[in-house]
Ligand binder design. Structure first.
Ligand code: CDT
Length: 327
């Protein structure tokens, strides 16, 4: 019998700055109802799914940004999501901004801020937590930018690595599930760390502006979606896993996010794609046995990987130039 799970990417249309969490949660609960009617067993919501993508807004006093963060999960406002999971017997993945009071590297307990995602079981248990590692953007107000991207101001680098859990989900006794968040999808290292834990299903949420404002360079509009899909399709193929990649989409606080949520199989094929810039559910039946081909042939890591040649991957951060060839 095949190991099949029915999954959904629950894309969210824009959440405006003034929109209270309760409205966003209502919209997500409606998507879970629809998912249930379609036989879905696991729903993936986007990055920072409860609020507008607030890193575009500058707060001189960083503490003012605390209002975008959750101090408890579940909370009164997010409890309906956990209740819907129990009611419909559906697991879910949720991205949110997290405040945690915990010790840092020096052992001092302090208030810490992370861009976080969790995986919740159909019984409402938090099975797995991930904190975003690759934080894009900048820490200070950038006057040359039309729109700010202040993730480096509001979040610390995630300190949980890239964990994978094997847990029951849907009708299956155990699925190897991992997470990454938005910009992480562009980094092959993130995928490979999950792949090395035999991940079968990667969940990721994203908020990606339609226009690239980095360094004043030119990136054609259509290439924004292409590069997102390219990264996810390559990651799924090279690590022989499924990926559910869910966007926040549409015009939020006057800024366009490109949507195009996808579900990808271990061959790197897109099996479902969102076409609106609104709340939209896309679904796919994922036969996890499809992961076997890649991981027993071309990407049989135990047979073919050569870590002795990969030292630079962990020894080095930035690129170095080779010396100039001389005769
Ligand atoms: N949210 C997020 O990580 N977005 C980035 C765009 C960053 S542009 C400064 C992404 O890689 O999609």
């Amino acid at each position: 019998m095949s190991r099949t799970i029915t999954v959904a990417a629950a894309q969210l249309g824009p959440i405006q700055k003034a929109e209270p969490r309760g409205i966003a949660v209502d919209r997500m609960v409606r998507l879970m109802e629809r998912a249930h009617k379609r036989g879905v067993e696991l729903v993936v919501f986007p990055e920072l799914a409860l609020t507008t993508f607030f890193p575009r807004h500058y707060h001189e006093d960083i503490a003012e940004a605390d209002r975008w963060f959750e101090t408890a999960m579940p909370s009164n406002e997010t409890a309906p999501l956990f209740a819907a999971a129990r009611k419909y017997g559906i697991g879910f993945h949720l991205g949110y901004a997290e405040i945690a009071h915990e010790s840092d590297d020096t052992g001092i307990v302090r208030k810490r801020h992370f861009n976080t995602s969790i995986l919740v079981s159909p019984a409402g248990d938090i099975l797995l937590k991930y904190r975003k590692v690759h934080l894009p953007g900048h820490a200070e107000f950038a006057p040359e930018r039309v729109v700010q991207h202040l993730e480096k101001r509001y979040f610390e680098v995630g300190n949980l690595g890239f964990p994978v859990i094997r847990a029951p989900m849907g009708g299956l006794d155990g699925i190897n599930m991992g997470m990454m968040i938005c910009n992480d999808r562009r980094w092959p290292e993130a995928w490979r760390v999950l792949g090395l834990q035999s991940v079968e299903l990667v969940m990721l949420g994203y908020n990606t502006p339609s226009i690239n404002q980095e360094a004043g360079g030119f990136e054609a509009h259509h290439l924004r979606v292409f590069h997102s899909h390219l990264s996810i399709q390559a990651g799924a193929y090279q690590n022989a896993c499924f990926a559910v990649a869910t966007a926040k989409a549409g015009t939020e606080d006057g800024c366009e996010l490109f949507g195009h949520s996808i579900i990808v199989n271990p061959q790197g094929e897109i099996v479902a794609m969102a076409t609106s810039w609104d709340d939209e559910l896309i679904t796919a039946d994922c036969n996890l046995d499809m992961c076997t081909l890649g991981r027993t042939t071309i990407f049989a890591f135990d047979k073919h990987r050569r870590p002795e040649a990969y030292g630079r991957i962990t020894d080095q951060v930035g690129a170095v130039e080779p010396p100039l060839w001389r005769k």
